[in-house]
Design a protein around this ligand. Structure first.
Ligand SMILES: C[S@@+](CC[C@H](N)C(=O)[O-])C[C@H]1O[C@@H](n2cnc3c(N)ncnc32)[C@H](O)[C@@H]1O
Length: 305
């Protein structure tokens, strides 16, 4: 099937990146990546169990691997017994970044505002060694089903699920992950539907929702608490623009510099369609799919001072 990039998409993205490189990589399939679920297994044990498969370490996390069948006879990693048993989670490598950057610790009280299907919730539960509390929220009733299946499969016991508009969540949390609903332009390699439905109106509408979600999340973050805002979108309006509005309205919101060893990153966007964003936004992380042969992602780490 021929994949068509709309004219306004090509124009916009040619101004943001090397479009030729972006297009080339976007048409290539993504490597399959698994994260070892340390609540049920460990790297050594999983390698022994999956001895028909090559596990190639990814650059920035020692518990995740690209996986390929040694004889190239199969690709259905999701059908492996070890997957059903929750010994690993199939997770795109860039999607590992937001929890690694938030770094939830044992016994902390954590909110995952937009949690389903739970890749990052289960990753955080493992990082917290099943202690403390995670409130895993989503707004769509149908999305709670895959979330609960994944929590159960992975042996997560420190998490409660809630069904609520993230904009209306209440309480106080030490750490918050807002992996926001987004246009997904960084994830074209996973779903080309993004290209078909892409339009600027949708981006604007999403950016309003993201801003409301971010503002409320910041409100319910404890003083000295930390939060991560992430999207798999590459649109400045959904990323730098949203973070910029928080910095404009809350002087106690401070960005923390993100450094991930082994990861190639790109410059953030500080001027876009006549708007200039705060220089502090340079502390955020923007990766294009061609930087590391992954999905594209944007991550901001915010502290409430
Ligand atoms: C990018 S996905 C989250 C992926 C998830 N964090 C993971 O790593 O598996 C965004 C999620 O936000 C949910 N969502 C959309 N609008 C929301 C809202 N207003 N409040 C809370 N969740 C929302 C969607 O149902 C969707 O499940």
């Amino acid at each position: 099937m021929e994949i068509k990039f709309k004219k306004d998409f090509v124009e916009r993205y040619s101004n943001l990146t090397n479009f030729k490189e972006f297009k080339e990589i976007s048409l290539k399939p993504l490597a399959r990546t698994i994260r070892v679920n340390t609540l049920k297994s460990n790297v050594k044990e999983l390698k022994e169990r999956l001895n028909d498969w090559d596990l190639k370490p990814i650059k920035f996390y020692d518990k995740a691997f690209e996986i390929e069948h040694k004889k190239k006879e199969r690709r259905d990693v999701g059908n492996l017994k070890e997957h059903f048993l929750g010994h690993f989670y199939l997770q795109e490598s860039a999607s590992l970044l937001p929890p690694l950057i938030l770094n939830p610790k044992k016994n902390e009280i954590v909110l995952d505002v937009a949690a389903s299907p739970g890749s990052k919730t289960t990753q955080m539960a493992a990082m917290m060694e099943n202690t403390g509390i995670i409130v895993a929220n989503d707004v769509k009733p149908v999305r709670l089903k895959p979330l609960s299946i994944n929590l159960q499969r992975c042996g997560v016991v420190n998490t409660v699920m809630t069904l609520q508009y993230g904009q209306r969540m209440r309480g106080k949390f030490e750490k918050i992950l807002l992996d926001a609903p987004c246009s997904g332009t960084g994830a074209i390699r996973k779903s080309i539907k993004t290209l078909q439905i892409y339009n600027k109106g949708m981006i604007k509408k999403l950016s309003y929702t993201q801003r409301d979600l971010l503002f409320n999340s910041f409100k319910i973050l404890e003083k000295n608490g930390e939060m991560v805002y992430s999207t798999c979108s590459l649109e400045p309006e959904e990323n730098e623009g949203v973070v910029n509005s928080l910095l404009e309205k809350n002087e106690n919101a401070k960005l923390e510099k993100i450094n991930v060893k082994g990861l190639k990153t790109s410059d953030v966007v500080l001027d876009f369609e006549g708007k200039s964003y705060n220089d502090e936004i340079k502390k955020c992380l923007r990766i294009w799919p061609q930087d590391n042969d992954t999905e594209g992602f944007f991550v901001a780490k915010i502290k409430k001072v």
